[in-house]
Design a binder for this molecule. Structure first.
Ligand code: SF4
Length: 221
């Protein structure tokens, strides 16, 4: 019986025969040349549908197993980390780059996080989100690591998810003034999780330790 093929970023479809792939598009920000390449490749390989995903990707659906290597080759990409135990996606809102309500540069911070962490292997899946203001269009309260822009800086949440056992994230740190400090804190959280031995999502650790215990353990002080 056929299964997902994580090494090829291939997700078995409901017909139990064909696959979908989802090329990595950091922050969902792309250009017309990339879109043309995706469309031309989709036509060449008889893709049956294109689906915009909640992770800001474009899924190509209905691919034959024997075409998987060639289609990634034509897209000129390594398989995206749409499945598997890794950092799956960093959802990024338009922030001060484009949105009139933005108070922080979520695109800049989000793309840095994406470059650092996308596809990093971890004990379980991890989703991140970065919102440029407190309206939180990137839904940071249900991300494993969520970062929200406020007029005073950045607010970092940890332990959320919107899965079968949903959990609202806890506030880890508030009023973080610079991107560099946010990146340092996220690095500590990811490193702690990576070495934790926990096979559940990071929210389980936060739940077991309590947010104050987690903060003390991971950030000290
Ligand atoms: S979270 Fe704020 S800055 Fe980001 S898209 Fe929504 S309203 Fe705009």
């Amino acid at each position: 019986m056929k299964k997902d093929i994580p090494g090829k970023g291939a997700i078995l479809q409901r017909d139990r025969e064909t696959y979908a792939i989802a090329p990595h598009i950091p922050g969902g920000i792309t250009d017309t040349a990339t879109l043309r390449k995706i469309c031309d490749t989709a036509d060449k390989f008889g893709v049956t549908a294109l689906k915009l995903t909640s992770a800001q990707r474009i899924a190509l659906i209905g691919i034959k197993e024997e075409d998987l290597d060639s289609i990634w080759g034509d897209l000129d990409q390594k398989p995206g980390a749409a499945i598997g135990l890794c950092v799956r996606s960093v959802k990024i809102c338009p922030g001060t780059t484009w949105c009139k309500r933005g108070v922080q540069d979520s695109v800049s911070l989000g793309l840095k996080l994406d470059a650092l962490y996308h596809a990093m292997q971890l004990p379980n899946k991890m989703k991140m989100g970065v919102s440029g203001c407190m309206l939180s269009c990137a839904e940071v309260a249900v991300k494993d690591i969520g970062i929200m822009g406020t007029p005073k800086g950045w607010r970092i949440f940890v332990g959320g998810n919107a899965g079968a056992r949903p959990r609202l994230a806890d506030l880890l740190v508030d009023n973080v003034e610079s991107e560099e400090e946010v990146l340092e804190i996220v690095a500590k959280v990811v490193a702690y999780y990576r070495n934790s031995g926990c096979e559940m999502r990071i929210g389980k650790i936060v739940e077991d330790m309590g947010i104050e215990g987690f903060r003390r353990e991971v950030l000290g002080g």
